[in-house]
Design a protein around this ligand. Sequence first.
Ligand code: PHE
Length: 339
Amino acid sequence: MLDKIKALQEEIKSAVVSNLEEVDELRIRYISKKGSINKLFADFKNVPAEQKKEVGKAINDLKDFALDKINSLKESFESNGNSDIGSDLTKPGEPMKLGTRHPLAIVKNEIISIFGRLGFTVAEGPEIEDDWHVFSALNFPPEHPARDMQDTFFIEKDPDVLLRTHTSSVQIRVMERTQPPIRAIFPGRVFRNEAISARSHCIFHQIEGLYVDENVSFADLKQTLLYFAKELFGEDTQIRLRPSYFPFTEPSAEMDVSCSICGGEGCNVCKYTGWLEILGCGMVDPNVLEACSIDSKKYTGFAFGMGIERITMLKYGIKDIRHFFENDVRFLKQFESAT
Ligand code: PHE
């Protein structure tokens, strides 16, 4: 009996397997109900009483040995994640998980590409600004409410250092250093002292556009924006311009696009109006051109500005702006196919 046990132990020790199925075969052969080790237990009753202690221990040890070996073989194949990777080195590797582009970056790049096709280049400016670039050069009167602490984040004790509240400041920086023709867009992060809710955040992103040249007209503005809206929301998209007011444009307008969700029929996203407001725009006020030493008798221009969060929310049906800043991978992963 002891010899038999020893022989079985040698057999198990030298067993070679190359995948999980073969490990399972080993298990069946040695430690299942009908396996050879259980047979030893069945024969145990024939062992003479004086040998029972020694033989019993040997069988138990053999069983532990077999279990250990089978479990460790099983683990090694399972942790490879591939039952026979050892035998086929030509198999492709495990795919590496890649990150996905942030939805705001996807939409920003799409907008840059649409205007790129119209000849607009991209420029950027600083997030920490001064009063001149954010307000004064943009024709904001000194008592304008946007300059108020309620809207603008100021740096302590110096009212001339502030976080830009809009990307229109980059218009000024570009016009100060370049004479027309100017045709560029300015993506960037902006800051407003607002309570955080599902619809507004104190940090968000805008894209500003500026076109200054001889004979630039409101018709050019309208055609540019119509092209943009159709490219971004689809060929059937219509636009509507409503008169508005901004200190730095005259005349000014707000642009609506026909609701891409209901196609203009009316739904809860467009509040049953069929229209969605997406940007502000207008003809650059001559005061702004002059503040940047551009001859307003010779040149005219148009400008527009839009919030990237709002457009992304409309495009993908996202209901809460806070999702963009929480960076929960379950949210971010959903835009994988859009990249
Ligand atoms: N700066 C404006 C805003 O933040 C948008 C705008 C840009 C309007 C350019 C007109 C022209 O709301």
